[in-house]
Design a protein around this ligand. Sequence first.
Ligand SMILES: [Zn+2]
Length: 375
Amino acid sequence: MRRALKTATIRCALRGLSLARADRWFAEPALGVVLMLHRVRPAPDDPFRPNGHLEVTPDFLDRALARVRATGARFVSLEEAADRARRGFTDERFVATTLDDGYRDNLVHALPVFRRHGVPHTVFVATGMVEGTASAWWLTLEAVVRAAPRIEAVLDGRPLSLDTRAPAAKARGFDRIARRVDVMAEDDRAAFVRALATAHGLAVPRILSAEMMTWDDVRAIAADPLATIGGHTVDHPALATLPVDRARREIGLGLDRLETELGVRPRQFAYPFGNVRAAGRREAALMAEFGIDVAVTTRGGLIGPREAGDTLFWPRVSLNGDHQTDAVVDLLVSGAPFRLARAAGAVRRLIPTGRRGTSAPDHTPDPAAGGAAPV
Ligand SMILES: [Zn+2]
């Protein structure tokens, strides 16, 4: 239950900062904010929700957009955000909104909310997730653990047998396997989750087709004047862990596929997983090679003067499903948690830390720590 404990700790920290009105006293001077979302759908009636941090409800999104607008910020497309940042606009803060991966709920539940508020947004599509060829380990593992009363696997060369009947046992089982899968090399991870699905009577393409958009769905979003489609690779790998030629192929083939399906070549990109171990300066240089105009990470933070000229490595602010309150929205958009976390980080760097994974399924920054958080 490490994730549950971590979530509770972050919730306490955010509540404390909120009560202390940190959004007022420690607000970060900034040009703008890029919001990060993944899924938007009504809360499913299932206590086993290991990827629940990746989704917010349409009601919460509706309230969050209204609150952000009430701060006087201006909602703009990511393209316009980059333009404003480069020109150093400081009259009003910009807010650009992004959604990663290409979940069907983006079309069904998020788009109507964006239309109601007139909010431009970018949807980053991993083409292999749409086509069912990627392994999307966090989704596959969730589907397997949800369906199976018992998980049998070989992990680290040792047989593993887990009772996963009760929701709490499912959560424990998911955490246990996710911790190991998170640090596997890309090919090993894909092979492991595919074999796991097959061994438990499931197939990855069917798991993905239940959750992801079809190309017709992507075209329907792309046809909306408020929406832009961005690149997110083919197989959703942690790019920085791949040899450079393979990373280049993942980026290029994903962009090619989007261009073929949509008739427009994307100029925006989100690094899969997007944390410091999944995307670095090499990846930013690759973005420049491919003519990308703005590329976003999952590092937490606002767009300040320093980031303004560095549009291929922008941080974002995650609207995290575990923290769906108005106070948290106020706090995050103020930038106060990131500012305080940087100050705390200066102290923490004096203390050695353990190894962390490259590709946590949440791909969301930990709002209290200001970095990417493993599950
Ligand atoms: Zn992603």
